[in-house]
Ligand binder design. Structure first.
Ligand SMILES: [Zn+2]
Ligand SMILES: [Zn+2]
Length: 393
């Protein structure tokens, strides 16, 4: 396999720092998107822009095989004031690449150049650069714009850096890997009145308190104890004064699950429990349900292939096949619902290593030592999955 030259590594580290210096929030990745499109065109990719707003697809076809492969990177930054003190600190105050999407974009671009210049493959390579991973669901927006109809993929892959794991470690997990995220706003309507005459009211504060406690029984009594699940009431708003019983109260709830059925069951249980609790107190409840990202499920066969590629091209101690489930969410889950594939992690640094600071922290920075490794992995994966002389399955 062709490794990146030192010169190429330096070029893409500089590119990563340039993207870091110019971070852009969800669906506003105009500069980044234009930069990605220009680079890909320059290397001979057929480039399509404007998918899901600022999304870009670079397509490279070689040989005569009908096989297709998708690799995806994300491009958006976060609304955080940067505190890294790095020379390449964000020049947009209050916007920062605090999740390493600058690094994901640079790694895939480095692989794109390598594959264009030295790639010996037979099939179609689709490199997908998506907007708005951080809550905006950019993956879904690209799919709504016909991503997989226009650029069919037999399999799809993506990689996220992970602080707390030794730099350059490649971590794989088959099956459910990241949680679904859903949100609900519960509004309770009662009859307000004088705090001294509660019998003339229907008190939403008591009902809200009881609902918060009852919600705790969903994870403890309804969900299989072997299934991870979270129900959090993160906000509760009611009343202004100690002697006034308010007429309305609001609860903000968030949920996480690592199994699609548990996710559906929790939604039903929350709706039923809130309604029945409210009824028992004589108040009315409106539940506004906002589905977020799906459970991210890595396909067993594609994960095995992705892991085999890592074992073939990297030392054994750099490959971890026993990654754990995470309660974070990721919109690549939507792509994996349509196309089998694998979402893997690359260690950003642990302990005293640079890069150990957690993502979404103002002091976080992507570890540039991963550019060569991440790019080499993508090149190896593409060369293997679209090999001109495929090994029999
Ligand atoms: Zn993030
Ligand atoms: Zn991220």
């Amino acid at each position: 396999m062709e490794r990146l030259s030192d010169h190429a590594v330096q070029e893409f580290v500089a590119l990563r720092r340039d993207i870091h210096r110019h971070p852009e929030l969800a669906f506003d990745e105009h500069r980044t998107s234009a930069l990605v499109a220009d680079k890909l065109k320059g290397w001979g990719y057929a480039v399509t822009t404007g998918l899901g707003g600022t999304g870009v697809v670079g397509q490279l076809q070689r040989g005569s095989s009908a096989r297709t492969l998708g690799i995806r990177a994300d491009m958006d930054a976060l609304p955080i004031v940067e505190a890294t003190g790095a020379d390449w600190t964000s020049c947009h105050h209050g916007v920062m690449h605090a999740c390493g999407h600058d690094g994901h974009t640079a790694m895939l671009l480095a692989a794109a150049q390598q594959l264009a210049e030295h790639g010996n493959f037979d099939g179609t390579l689709n490199l997908i650069f998506q907007p708005a991973e951080e809550g905006g669901g950019g993956a879904l927006k690209m799919m709504e714009d016909g991503l997989f109809e226009r650029f069919p993929c037999d399999a799809i892959f993506a990689m996220h850096n992970m602080p707390g794991i030794a730099q350059g470690q490649l971590v794989f997990r088959s099956g459910p890997t990241m949680a679904s995220s859903d949100y609900a706003t519960v509004t309770l309507h009662g009859v307000g009145g004088h705090g001294a005459m509660p019998h003339k009211t229907t008190d939403v504060v008591v009902a809200a308190a009881s609902i918060v406690m009852a919600l705790q029984t969903i994870v403890s009594r309804n969900v299989d104890p072997l299934q991870p699940a979270v129900v959090t009431v993160g906000a509760i708003h009611a009343g202004q004064a100690n002697n006034v019983i308010p007429a309305a109260a609001q609860l903000e709830i968030s949920l996480r699950a690592l199994d699609p059925q548990v996710r559906r069951d929790m939604e039903q249980r929350i709706k039923t429990l809130v309604q029945r609790q409210a009824e028992s107190f004589g108040v009315r409840a409106d539940v506004q349900w906002r589905p977020g990202y799906a459970v991210l499920v890595n396909d067993a066969e594609q994960t095995a292939r992705a892991l085999a590629v890592a074992h073939q091209h990297f030392p054994a101690e750099q490959v971890n096949p026993t990654g754990v489930m995470l309660t974070g969410s990721e919109d690549f889950a939507f792509m994996l619902e349509r196309v089998p594939g694998c979402y893997l992690f690359i260690g950003n640094g642990a302990g005293q290593e640079p890069g150990a600071c957690m993502v979404h922290n103002p002091a976080y920075d992507f570890n540039d030592d991963n550019i060569a490794i991440g790019a080499a992995y993508w090149v190896a994966l593409a060369s293997d999955l679209l090999s001109p002389t495929p090994a029999p399955l």
